[in-house]
Design a protein around this ligand. Structure first.
Ligand code: C5P
Length: 237
């Protein structure tokens, strides 16, 4: 059985992939299945955590023991994650968030009889993971000296976990991303050759802020989830 080392801890997991509307029937999306995020939510609940699962366009059965908030767009995911994170111990951003969205959404379906196709102008989406890290950094800076003695775990979310898909220079790119986003752990997926998206298994390197790198060999997504929770539990005050 699993340890109950997350008992009494509030955990937020995002899963799936966001969609950005072009018109009422079309969207820009990605192939994320939500399997890894759901495995994280299920295993966290099994280890005793109170889990909020923010699911973006996932068609998997509800995991036992998690409260589910369903979202579609990045703006909705951001709202749901930030509001659930205010008093969370841990946030894991496993969702594939659309980096860009159409600048405006057509109110009516775009018709092919409208003539030459129009270009879709894209604008950047907010980086939710970086925003979580930045908010926490600002809150830590605002602490009084007395509060600061309580340690880095004094400000929620106490542990922030990001995911990244890197194809080369995994360690260098991963450590740079970890620092840039202000997270504590970064799970770097090895992508390509049929790995990761939509498959039952995953291989990854988990980078820990401050240096350590934990290799997780190819295996079930639940195994990777348990390695993540082991590292998270060790960092909770
Ligand atoms: O920068 P990159 O997309 O590689 O970072 C991936 C990580 O950042 C994932 O944890 C993802 O959930 C998160 N992310 C985010 N908001 C974005 C883009 C990515 O929170 N706009």
């Amino acid at each position: 059985g699993r340890p109950r080392d997350l008992a009494g801890r509030k955990v937020v997991v995002s899963a799936g992939g966001t969609r950005e509307a072009i018109d009422p029937v079309r969207f820009i999306g990605n192939r994320s299945s939500g399997l890894q995020g759901y495995a994280l939510a299920r295993t966290a609940a099994a280890r005793g955590a109170e889990v909020t699962l923010v699911a973006a366009n996932v068609t998997l059965p509800d995991p036992a023991g998690a409260a589910i908030v369903r979202v579609e767009s990045t703006a909705e995911l951001r709202e749901a994650v930030l509001s659930a994170s205010a008093d969370a111990d841990v946030v894991v951003m496993a969702a594939a968030v659309a980096d860009f969205r159409p600048e405006s959404r057509h109110d009516a379906k775009i018709k092919k009889t409208d003539g030459e196709p129009e270009a879709i102008r894209l604008v950047k989406n907010p980086d939710i993971l970086a925003e979580l890290g930045e908010r926490r950094r600002a809150a830590r800076t605002a602490l009084t000296d007395g509060d600061r003695e309580a340690g880095p775990g004094a400000v929620p979310p106490r542990v922030i976990v990001g995911f990244a898909a890197e194809t080369h220079d995994v360690l260098a790119n991963g450590q740079a991303k970890l620092a840039r986003k202000g997270c504590d752990l970064l799970v770097v997926n090895q992508v390509g050759e049929g790995l990761a998206f939509g498959t039952a298994g995953n291989a990854a390197t988990v980078l820990v802020a401050g240096g350590e790198a934990v290799e997780v060999p190819f295996g079930p997504k639940e195994d990777l989830a348990d390695v993540v929770w082991d590292l998270v539990a060790a960092r909770l005050p």
